[in-house]
Design a binder for this molecule. Structure first.
Ligand SMILES: *[C@@H]1O[C@H](CO)[C@@H](O)[C@H](O)[C@H]1NC(C)=O
Ligand SMILES: *[C@@H]1O[C@H](CO)[C@@H](O)[C@H](O)[C@H]1NC(C)=O
Ligand SMILES: *[C@@H]1O[C@H](CO)[C@@H](O)[C@H](O)[C@H]1NC(C)=O
Ligand SMILES: *[C@@H]1O[C@H](CO)[C@@H](O)[C@H](O)[C@H]1NC(C)=O
Ligand SMILES: *[C@@H]1O[C@H](CO)[C@@H](O)[C@H](O)[C@H]1NC(C)=O
Length: 432
């Protein structure tokens, strides 16, 4: 059904699909909902109250009662309610939408029958779903559950590619986590970090790429899409049953084409440069908004090289670079105690790249980030110790560096800031 075809034939196919399916109305023709309330809840207020006195704190306080709308700068990570609600589900997406996210994410994985579904990793079903509790499906896992013993932790590996679309649709999504000391599959289910919650761990509704598109397109207000094509781990070597990475990259875009979604509403992401260049070559309109995810500087000694490559990336056609926000922030200022833009941030801007950053609200209380060796705050950890600093960092990203979008596991935090300062999102501003 999805055999490899030459790119010429696929270009023709994409063109045919595009011609055959009417493209839906762009945003300026979308009705503005007057009966939909964006609701941010108490967290942004808690964060502002915890800031030390500063002009920024005063500006954020002045927005306490400002009406809030849907904002494109606020990007729902794995849905946008992920801090409390199982990721990549209908419920997380609806929560992110309610909290004002204008762009909602689905990470795209494939099933054994080569259908596309929303899952953060191709092989995370053992920690993000109840698959191990379902003997008939657990039996299909690439690595079955083995209990912990004196020398080895509990283990399992269950991949979307191990089961069919129909089987996938029967799973319950759960909070991502597991108990490495577990000796039973029941015990293995637990492991939600204490700053998240199991309150909504009640069978989250899994999504396919198509059901995600339908959901986001049906939400009140103008909402857009950021699908991320996942690179399969070594446990799922490509090509998989003849299915190539290139075909997978094409299928993701063609799913939007078939649904009549305009390219201007979609920011396709990938860590795999070949995916980005395939989109640029074969789907130029979609490639123009492709988001090049960068993790090259995760090894500190590679930071300089990661910065140095940015102009060449822009020259090769890439328009949007998306590093984790630790790459964009450093410690500096006159007393060397402030969060300031990093060399990477400055170089990306000088190269003419737009920047999207990931992901806020994945770290828990900030007083523990240094002790825990938290990834996202690593570049500024020595000067970070209280939650109000979330907005100091966000303001460096938003107004000093000028990033065009911020992923968050709790969309309210970013939506509050974006609404307060009316920041321009990837399409240049507030949606209504
Ligand atoms: C912010 O929270 C910390 C606890 O993490 C507390 O020590 C500090 O006093 C708070 N700051 C303000 C201004 O409320
Ligand atoms: C512990 O578990 C590992 C991995 O499942 C296994 O290879 C090993 O033989 C087990 N050790 C004992 C003492 O059972
Ligand atoms: C993890 O499993 C071990 C062994 O069953 C158990 O003692 C421990 O309490 C569990 N931890 C959590 C957080 O459930
Ligand atoms: C770091 O750079 C080296 C040399 O270019 C490269 O081989 C390696 O894959 C890089 N590591 C990461 C994590 O990007
Ligand atoms: C500023 O602080 C950082 C870490 O907190 C340190 O690496 C750097 O050397 C300091 N720079 C100056 C000029 O003191």
């Amino acid at each position: 059904m999805r055999a490899t075809t030459s790119s010429v034939a696929l270009l023709a196919l994409a063109a045919n699909l595009a011609a055959a399916v009417p493209v839906k109305k762009p945003r300026w023709q979308h009705p503005v909902p007057d009966d939909y309330l964006v609701s941010l809840g108490p967290r942004p207020y808690y964060l502002v109250q915890n800031m030390t006195d500063s002009p920024l704190k005063q500006q954020l306080e002045a927005c306490y009662n400002k009406p809030v709308g849907i904002h494109g700068w606020s990007i729902g990570h794995r849905g946008g309610g992920t801090l409390q609600i199982p990721e990549e589900t209908t419920q997380s997406t609806e929560a992110g939408a309610r909290m004002g996210a204008g762009v909602l994410e689905c990470d795209v994985a494939f099933t054994s029958d080569l259908e596309l579904v929303c899952r953060h990793d191709i092989c995370d079903l053992h920690t993000t779903t109840d698959i191990l509790l379902r003997p008939e499906l657990a039996a299909k896992c690439r690595v079955p559950f083995t209990p912990a013993n004196a020398t080895s932790p509990a283990n399992a590996l269950c991949c979307t590619a191990d089961i069919t679309l129909a089987e996938y649709g029967t799973l319950c999504s759960k909070m991502d986590g597991f108990n490495r000391s577990a000796t039973t599959v029941e015990a293995y289910q637990h492991g939600t970090p204490s700053f998240r919650t199991d309150l909504y761990n009640t069978c989250g509704q899994v999504m396919t790429l198509e059901s995600y598109i339908d959901l986001v397109d049906s939400l009140p207000g103008y909402r857009n899409f950021t699908p991320e094509l996942k690179t399969p781990p070594s446990a799922v070597p490509m090509p998989f049953k003849g299915y190539t990475q290139a075909q997978y990259a094409r299928d993701m875009i063609n799913t939007f084409v078939k649904k009549g979604i305009a390219a201007e509403r979609v920011w396709p992401q990938s860590f795999n440069p070949a995916d980005i260049y395939l989109w640029l070559n074969e789907f130029p309109q979609w490639g123009a908004q492709a988001v090049y995810l960068d993790e090259d500087a995760d090894v500190a000694s590679n930071y300089t090289a990661a910065v140095a490559k940015l102009p060449a990336l822009k020259a090769s056609g890439v328009n949007i670079i998306a590093p984790p926000y630790n790459y964009l922030l450093s410690v500096g200022g006159p007393n060397n105690d402030s969060i300031v833009p990093s060399m990477y941030a400055t170089a990306a801007k000088e190269a003419g790249l737009d920047i999207i950053a990931w992901s806020f609200e994945r770290s828990g209380p900030l007083d523990l980030v240094e002790e825990n060796g938290d990834y996202y705050w690593s570049s500024v950890a020595p000067i970070v110790s209280y939650d109000g600093q979330v907005y100091e960092a966000l303001d460096v990203l938003g107004r000093e560096i000028g990033i065009i979008g911020m992923f968050s596991d709790w969309s309210a935090t970013v939506s509050y800031y974006a609404n307060c300062f009316d920041l321009a999102g990837p399409q240049g501003g507030k949606y209504y």
